[in-house]
Design a protein around this ligand. Structure first.
Ligand SMILES: CC(C)(COP(=O)(O)OP(=O)(O)OC[C@H]1O[C@@H](n2cnc3c(N)ncnc32)[C@H](O)[C@@H]1OP(=O)(O)O)[C@@H](O)C(=O)NCCC(=O)NCCS
Length: 164
């Protein structure tokens, strides 16, 4: 089960191979949650050892970055379009290749979609892929590269299709 990060989670040995993402979970995630900068959601084994995690935050994207087919349908008054940032997603190397990355991603998309449906407007899920391997991972699930931004996005309408 994927749940919010809490004090029972053992995260000290988490190692996904990217130190930025490891250090974030070891040292910063708890503080970010406390300060409402991010939600952090964790997949753990039955001893509560963290196998993978992701973070979500409210964000926005400059309309000039989005493809014309999308912005042409949106009111011109929106310079910054509301979106949900999937800031980090990582799986421990011991559990790589078992579908946990996909499980975490689908959970993040479902959570983002439900929030956009019932509570807070968000027209896309945005990611900042760290490296080419991460880009390929997100591309596999339909994320579109936004030129000159380092970001990729998936329209919330497309996300919604997954959960019909
Ligand atoms: C990227 C990452 C989350 C994938 O996690 P994982 O648990 O190994 O992936 P899964 O087993 O769920 O793979 C799901 C599918 O994605 C594919 N996939 C996994 N990593 C991929 C990659 N880097 N590029 C392309 N496809 C990839 C798998 O082959 C699988 O496809 P299949 O079902 O057709 O076989 C993990 O390798 C990781 O934590 N990497 C380091 C951190 C990172 O780069 N995070 C990305 C965001 S910053």
């Amino acid at each position: 089960m994927i749940v919010s990060l809490n004090a029972s989670h053992k995260k000290g040995k988490f190692n996904c191979g990217k130190s930025m993402l490891d250090n974030y979970l070891h040292n910063q995630a708890k503080q970010d949650v406390k300060r409402k900068l991010a939600g952090c959601f964790v997949l753990a084994d039955n001893e509560n050892i963290v196998q993978g995690y992701y973070t979500l935050s409210s964000s926005s994207v400059d309309r000039s970055l989005l493809p014309f087919e999308i912005i042409k349908k949106l009111p011109v008054s929106y310079f910054n379009l509301p979106c949900t940032l999937l800031g980090r997603l990582a799986v421990d190397l011991n559990f790589k290749g078992r579908g946990f990355g996909e499980l975490l991603l689908v959970d993040a998309l479902r959570r983002s979609y439900i929030t956009s449906l019932n509570n807070i407007g968000s027209m896309a899920v945005i990611v900042d892929p760290l490296g080419e391997d991460a880009e390929l991972f997100y591309k596999k699930f339909g994320f579109i590269y936004l030129p000159n931004s380092g970001k990729m996005f998936l329209p919330m309408i497309t996300v919604g299709e997954l959960f019909k």
